[in-house]
Design a protein around this ligand. Structure first.
Ligand SMILES: Nc1ncnc2c1ncn2[C@@H]1O[C@H](COP(=O)(O)OP(=O)(O)OP(=O)(O)O)[C@@H](O)[C@H]1O
Ligand SMILES: [Mg+2]
Length: 392
């Protein structure tokens, strides 16, 4: 997948910007607060209809303006697609694919795929379960459009069930009314957990491989899928990973039934995929609690590389890769490893940096290979929302 051109109107600090991307490596260079991350955010938004750093779309509208527009031309092996997104202040987001207005902005997901590595990626390791679920949800949705539909249905049923739980608590409804909602919840929830288990198994083996390469086999990475099936949170993580479909249904049923009184008391559902988590361990110790900053970064990078591998193997297309400030996030060896790999894959990459030298002089002390293949680079110099393009 390649982004061939991009148009921005009133997006963050850009008034009017049109760019072409003929090269695979795009270096976005500029001082702090000039618009580097904003440009990556626009590309991410064009693939997911979401920002990677805010949930409030109105924040993306340039201050003092009342709308933003984004337009991009994407090319895959088989087709060319024009994606347009517009948003008015307090209004709805409109997404067009090849000129056709989409009923839901989420229809965009799966048209293109994108992988971003930024300072925010650390939340994958250091953040809470919701951060890890978000990572999984975006990854699986990009690979399998059915997943996103399941997820949206699940949220609807969950909302209805929670509403009913509150009514039962307030004696405005009876417990027997829960049965049809529980049935639906378990059916969709099981589907979601099965799709998650499948991707997590593949992700784990890829991330382990990548982590081994990055650390020269010094550390052993392990990822365990902990299903949100025990309201007292004592599920045996390893055991729950290998649940077969039938026993998953049985466990889910039992867990939801056991939690019913607590759920009514709290007015919310405590069991299900909305409580799933991933336990990430390094040499058998939970990385979130025992890992160093550098280890967290390396794990996040291993996940991101595994994400690229997985999108490629599952969809047959390379994702667009966005790297925000990696030179300051990773040490020399890891950054060189990353660039060499992306060069080998021939992925389209957008890299931000404050100092071009930080990237061009990247040289691995151990392999003495350079990080960037300059013949494939275009340089985009950003100054206060205005961009100058030159060759490397
Ligand atoms: N909605 C908006 N309207 C106008 N300007 C905005 C808006 N949102 C953010 N900005 C401004 O955009 C500028 C650039 O932000 P961006 O995050 O892209 O910087 P950057 O070049 O990545 O800097 P750094 O190197 O510090 O990460 C900032 O000055 C910020 O205040
Ligand atoms: Mg930035």
């Amino acid at each position: 997948m390649l982004l061939k051109s991009l148009l921005l109107r009133n997006f963050r600090n850009y008034s009017n910007l049109e760019l072409e991307f003929p090269c695979s490596i795009n270096l976005i260079v500029g001082d702090n607060a000039q618009g580097k991350t904003n440009l990556l955010e626009a590309i991410y938004f064009l693939s997911t209809a979401k920002s990677h750093r805010t949930r409030i779309d109105d924040e993306l509208i340039k201050h003092g303006e009342v709308f933003f527009n984004l337009k991009g031309r994407l090319e895959s092996r088989l087709s060319s697609t024009v994606v347009e997104i517009s948003k008015t202040l307090s209004g709805l987001k409109r997404v067009k694919i090849n000129g056709k207005l989409q009923r839901k902005s989420s229809y965009l997901i799966g048209q293109t795929s994108v992988v971003i590595f930024s300072p925010e990626s650390l939340a994958l390791v250091k953040g809470g379960p919701a951060d890890r679920r978000k990572f999984l949800d975006i990854l699986i949705s990009q690979i399998n459009p059915t997943y996103l539909r399941c997820l949206q249905n699940y949220q609807l049923v969950l909302k209805q069930r929670n509403k009913l739980l509150k009514q039962i608590r307030e004696k405005r409804a009876t417990v027997d009314l829960l049965a049809p909602w529980d049935k639906q919840l378990i059916e969709i929830g099981t589907n979601i957990m099965e799709m998650r288990a499948d991707i997590i198994a593949k992700l784990t083996s890829q991330a382990r491989e990548r982590h081994k390469e990055l650390t020269e086999a010094d550390e052993h990475l392990d990822i365990v899928y902990r299903r949100g099936l025990n309201w007292s949170d004592k599920t045996d993580a390893v055991q729950s990973r290998s649940l077969a479909s039938e026993s998953l249904l049985r466990n889910y049923n039992n867990a939801l039934y056991e939690a019913r009184d607590v759920d009514i008391l709290k007015g919310t559902t405590s069991i299900g995929p909305h409580r799933d988590d991933l336990i990430i361990a390094l040499n058998n110790f939970e990385a979130r609690r025992f890992g160093s900053q550098g280890q967290h970064r390396t794990i996040a990078l291993s996940f991101k590389l595994a994400e690229i591998d997985l999108i490629m193997s599952e969809t047959g297309e390379l994702p667009i890769v966005l790297l925000d400030d990696v030179a300051s996030e990773l040490d020399q060896n890891r950054a060189v490893f990353l660039f060499n790999l992306l060069d080998r894959l021939n992925a389209q990459v957008f890299v931000t940096t404050t100092q071009l030298n930080n990237l061009c002089l990247l040289r691995s002390p151990t392999t003495s290979s350079y990080g960037l293949n300059l013949s494939k680079c275009k340089i985009f110099e950003v100054k206060n929302g205005i961009i100058n393009v030159s060759n490397a």
